[in-house]
Design a protein around this ligand. Sequence first.
Ligand SMILES: O=C(O)CCC(=O)C(=O)O
Ligand SMILES: [Fe+2]
Length: 234
Amino acid sequence: MNIDQLANDFWENGYLVLENFFDEKLMDHLNKLILNQFGMNPEFWHNDEFLSKSQTEVIPWFPQREGVNDFDEVEKDKRLQSLTQKILGEGWQQQYCMVMFSKKGTVGQAWHQDCPPDDPAKFNMNRLVYTMDITEEIGGQTVVVPGTHKKGELIAGDPNAILANQVILNPKKGTLVLLHGHTWHRVLPIKGTYRVSTNYRTGPAGTPEDITDICVYRNMRYRFSTSEVLEERT
Ligand SMILES: O=C(O)CCC(=O)C(=O)O
Ligand SMILES: [Fe+2]
């Protein structure tokens, strides 16, 4: 693993894809725990206004907050730690491990930035681990627009439009995706039985715990802690 090259690629494109990064057995084990937790028909967690306006259908689970230690192994991976350090620098902070579940027939996630890009130095970084194959047939592919972590605010408009230069990612079981929180990204609708990803969120030194409280969509800014549309965008 050439860490310097990978870190350069990350800062050039705003994301990085590393296939076969995690052991298949570990992925299978975590995926089983996730399915036990959610079942196939979990209730949505956000309110109706958010679901209809954000066009985002995903249910989060924070296993470590419930004492489920099985997810620690990924976080402790030395290669993941050194790559994170190279990209974010000394003093980077692990925020939390969040599993995101979407069931069959749901819309995925509309275009967004995880936090406002008003100050380019204030951002989160997603470290996404895929415990199952995400394929064309299953849907739920992650879509990014390379380099947009340097382009400021996501352009307003149709929440789900095809954007120029977008790249569709098809992460496999064991793939690691690093994604800058300002990079414009979305998740396509889910056609298969379910779709999960697990996000070990981080940020550079000094990143506030609530950095991702306000999310930028193409039609609004939304604050999760108060379930509030802060700004309509047109
Ligand atoms: O699940 C994914 O592939 C991306 C989810 C996402 O938008 C995020 O972790 O911020
Ligand atoms: Fe996101």
